[in-house]
Design a protein around this ligand. Sequence first.
Ligand SMILES: *[C@@H]1O[C@H](CO)[C@@H](O)[C@H](O)[C@H]1NC(C)=O
Ligand SMILES: *[C@@H]1O[C@H](CO)[C@@H](O)[C@H](O)[C@H]1NC(C)=O
Ligand SMILES: *[C@@H]1O[C@H](CO)[C@@H](O)[C@H](O)[C@H]1NC(C)=O
Ligand SMILES: *[C@@H]1O[C@H](CO)[C@@H](O)[C@H](O)[C@H]1NC(C)=O
Length: 445
Amino acid sequence: MATSHLNLFLLLTFLSTAPPFIISQENNLDAPPPQLPPSEQEAVYRVLNSVNSAIPWRTVFPDDLCASPPDGVVCDYPDASVATTSVHVTELHLGYVSDYAQNPPCSPNATLDPLLFASFKHLRKLFVYKCFTGARVSLPATVPEGFGSVLEELVFIENPSLSGEIGVLIGNFTKLRRLVLIGNGFHGSIPGRIFDLVSLQEITLSRNSFTGGFNATSRLKNLKVLDFSHNLLTGNAPESIGDLTELLKLDLSYNSFSGEIPPGVGKLKKLEFLDLSYNRFGNHGVPLFLAEMPRLREVYLSGNLLGGRIPEIWKNLEGISGIGFSRMGLQGNIPASMGSSLENLWYLALDNNNLDGRIPVEFGLLESASEINLENNNLTGEAPFSDSFRVGKKVRLSGNPHLLLVKESVPPLAGEVVSSSAASGDLASVCFLTVVMVLYILIKQ
Ligand SMILES: *[C@@H]1O[C@H](CO)[C@@H](O)[C@H](O)[C@H]1NC(C)=O
Ligand SMILES: *[C@@H]1O[C@H](CO)[C@@H](O)[C@H](O)[C@H]1NC(C)=O
Ligand SMILES: *[C@@H]1O[C@H](CO)[C@@H](O)[C@H](O)[C@H]1NC(C)=O
Ligand SMILES: *[C@@H]1O[C@H](CO)[C@@H](O)[C@H](O)[C@H]1NC(C)=O
């Protein structure tokens, strides 16, 4: 017991002197170094104690917490020219990040001291990683109005037992650049106030239990990332998404948005990543406005019953590297231009639709592809994928009962064709594929 405490002490002492959290600045040789105000020092102890009471924080870190801070507590010393007697905590990082980045660890019975939101007027970054994973913890019922007046990043990641409505948390964050709340127990609606925080560059609220809808505003002139994926959002996605003209990434996947995919999405001329998959968008076909989004690199619409045919829009979208159009009720032929235009394609999923006709021979040109999934359609004719084309690629074709695979490595037998259903699944290796084919042919004879 004593040894383990000593070890802990040594560890913490070592960590507390290790970079990058060393802060040493000789301000002025005559004046005493500026100090963390006692109330802020006390608040740090209280917060650390609330997340892990097993560590004797006051004993291990008895001195000014800015002069010799535990990892995860960062202070800003003012410029040497500024005459001041106090320093302040500007960053708090709580919980596990990795074996290489040490933060104050949280215990399974971690709680959240409300002083966290009341006492740090100079806080610019608050990071809480894998801290609330055991006993259920709620956000405080209210958060003082002054919280976050200089906050730039608010990041809660993988705290599944931390619940509550985030409305109380979202204050007058005029400086907030990143709002990242991933994998927590947050619920309730997405506060409309978020869309008034004009400095925001990223809003990522994925894997919580948010409900209802949202409306975007044109006030967010700096927003590059909007990610509401894996929540319980419903209703129409707002046309006002089109006002977020600087967006590079839009991810609304795994919610229950319904109705039409808002045409406003087509106004996002800088968008590179669009994921609307696994919602309930329906019955309007693949949106043609995709053709007017020149920077698009990845587009995922799988799991929405959009129906219709795959439109001929690919000549305008040569930069695309990922297309996910699975389970969309798509009909008709696969356009040849998908094969001839998409030189940078690495991922294409058209599986589980009602596509018919031949696979365009141009698909044999998709050299950069690493995965092509055409399973469970009604494709016919010969698949234009040679053995050499398949090297290093996953090509999935099973579940197309009338599709023919012609193997160039097997000497052609008179009238011999091989049903694609033998080549199902994940055949990464051509050797394996060849063995399966040879066995199949032997059995057939
Ligand atoms: C929390 O758990 C630690 C052991 O991990 C224990 O020492 C401490 O007393 C517990 N605190 C509370 C408030 O239950
Ligand atoms: C929000 O903060 C700004 C500057 O930090 C201040 O000017 C403004 O009055 C505050 N607004 C509210 C509603 O508190
Ligand atoms: C979004 O705006 C529309 C139209 O103004 C309104 O009907 C709807 O209730 C708003 N939704 C939310 C979540 O604020
Ligand atoms: C699949 O295509 C064939 C013709 O190639 C057609 O006879 C058959 O009805 C189609 N099956 C389905 C389920 O659409």
